[in-house]
Design a protein around this ligand. Structure first.
Ligand code: ZN
Ligand code: ZN
Length: 505
């Protein structure tokens, strides 16, 4: 990094150096968790690792806000979910029927994905903490300071709240909704509130048993106090003037008597040409879908190489290939801080993505795939892992690759060969002779052979490349020639060229 200090290390040097750190991240699992959300967890993980690398003690928390109510029937949900709007996502059935509840349906794949990304936080579920009574003291404090909290919120956010407003939202015993019920009475010693819900029900809620939750703007600083959070990354939406960060830090100091954490504000990730990612709008790629195509260390690198305050415009097509190339260069050097923060502990045999793109399009099956790879000199013992890499590339080709990288090797001499001019045929013949004379079969040699023939004949090399592609692919372009021919194998290549040349006479 040319002597520049990595942003994660800059943050690590700015936090207090005399204490143990708790870095908190959190996401509401109310829909598919997309790579925009991943930035939060990865940013937290990078700062966590940077703090630890300074020799300080640190812990990474991931708080799943699974006690938040379902806000609306999202486009990916059946209409029947209208009945659950307003209920905690941990109390709603899962959309597929196979998971513990609605929240777990989205949380499960997300937790698997972050493990693949080498992020191992201490996972906390809000629903469990509320039900276990972990927050009883803090909720009592919040309800007894309702007036003070209200005036902080009104002063800083500019909103007007009704005089009977309470930071505690009970879960109605009749309609099951977390609602802005009116609190009629508070019995602090018994941790009970009497409330009247908008459905007409008048009931009693015990907040030591999770019969309600604090409103988000109070819940957030409450956690800082409860868990002793010292560092927290959050999206720019929370950071706007009068937003939940502004009110939260005031509430933390005045009501809960703690210092707010060191803030790290991050920008969104947008999908090239499609705009910012929001799972509710359906223009997102989930982390799982990303890991279907992107090696996990490269996904880390995407976040590592960009400062949190800068937007990432992610291009899953050719942009992904450049990103992988860039990562591979860093990996080859093996020195940079960016590489150290991106890499994942156990790196198995990695086939360069570009090469895999060529090989999976040549090979007709897995056996062919391994033959191609071993011809290209790769160690193929790590069978499962290599199949996994090939799978990623196949999905990428199907879903994101631009047309010009796609090809198929024709089983017979393509009819387009009749387009070849006399000079091209002669060049093919000379190239064939050259290949026959070679004692070994190596990509670079095969590649340079084309230039050699071009020079000898005083022809443009591009013209010869295009003629060779035509013979194998029936089109005038293709993958890098030498590596393509190497993976194809000597005999099939000689046979096809011979046919093409013979057809010309
Ligand atoms: Zn499910
Ligand atoms: Zn109700």
């Amino acid at each position: 990094m040319n002597g520049k200090v990595h942003w994660a290390d800059v943050y690590a040097s700015e936090v207090p150096q005399d204490r143990k750190h708790r870095i908190a991240t959190g996401i509401t699992p109310s829909g598919p968790i997309h790579i925009g959300n991943m930035r939060e967890v990865l940013t937290g993980d990078l700062v966590f690792k940077a703090i630890r690398d300074r020799g300080l003690e640190a812990e990474l928390l991931y708080i799943a806000d699974d006690f938040d109510p379902l806000r609306k029937v999202y486009p990916f949900l059946p209409e029947s979910f209208a009945a659950y709007v307003g209920r905690p996502v941990s109390d709603i059935p899962c959309p597929c029927g196979g998971c513990r509840n609605y929240a777990e349906h989205f949380l499960g794949p997300f937790l698997e994905a972050i493990e693949e990304l080498d992020i191992r936080p201490h996972v906390i579920r809000s629903s469990e903490e509320y039900r276990r009574g972990s927050y009883t003291d803090e909720i009592r404090t919040a309800i007894t300071h309702a007036g003070e909290i209200r005036s902080i919120l009104e002063r800083i956010s500019g909103r007007t709240l009704p005089p009977e407003w309470s930071p505690f939202y009970p879960i109605c015993s009749i309609c099951g909704r977390i609602s802005n019920a009116r609190i009629l009475e508070h019995e602090p010693e018994k941790h009970l509130v009497r409330y009247r819900c908008s459905c007409g029900n008048e009931g009693i809620a015990d907040y030591s048993k999770g019969k309600g939750k604090l409103v988000w703007r109070v819940d957030w600083p409450m956690r800082w106090a409860h868990f002793g959070v010292t560092v927290e990354p959050f999206g720019k939406d929370h950071a706007s003037a009068g937003g939940s960060w502004d009110t939260g830090r005031e509430i933390a100091k005045k009501v809960f008597g703690v210092m707010p954490p060191f803030p790290i504000v991050y920008e969104w990730i947008s999908l090239k040409g499609k705009g910012e990612m929001h799972s509710s709008k359906g223009i997102a790629i989930t982390i799982g879908e990303m890991l279907e195509i992107v090696p996990p260390e490269v996904l880390r690198y995407l976040i590592v190489r960009t400062k949190p305050e800068r937007t990432i415009d992610f291009d899953p097509g050719m942009g992904l290939i450049s990103l992988i190339d860039e990562y591979d260069r860093l990996a080859a050097e093996g020195q940079s801080r960016e590489f150290a923060l991106s890499k994942i502990s156990s790196i198995p045999t990695r086939i360069p993505f570009r090469h895999m793109v060529t090989v999976v399009q040549i090979a007709r099956d897995d056996r062919g795939l391994f033959q191609c790879l071993s011809r290209s000199g790769y160690d193929i013992r790590d069978y499962e892992n290599i199949l996994g890499q090939a799978k990623r590339v196949r999905i990428w080709l199907k879903k994101y690759a631009p047309e010009f990288v796609k090809f198929s090797v024709k089983e017979r001499l393509p009819p387009q060969v009749s387009e070849l001019g006399d000079d091209e045929r002669a060049a093919l013949e000379e190239y064939l002779e050259h290949l026959r004379s070679l004692k070994s079969w190596h990509a670079e040699e095969l590649h340079n052979g084309v230039y050699m023939v071009a020079e000898r004949r005083g022809m443009n090399a591009a013209k010869i490349f295009s003629a060779i592609y035509l013979v194998f692919l029936g089109q005038r372009q293709g993958p890098r020639m030498g590596w393509f021919l190497e993976a194809m194998g000597r005999d099939p290549v000689l046979r096809r060229l011979k046919e093409a040349v013979k057809g010309a006479h």
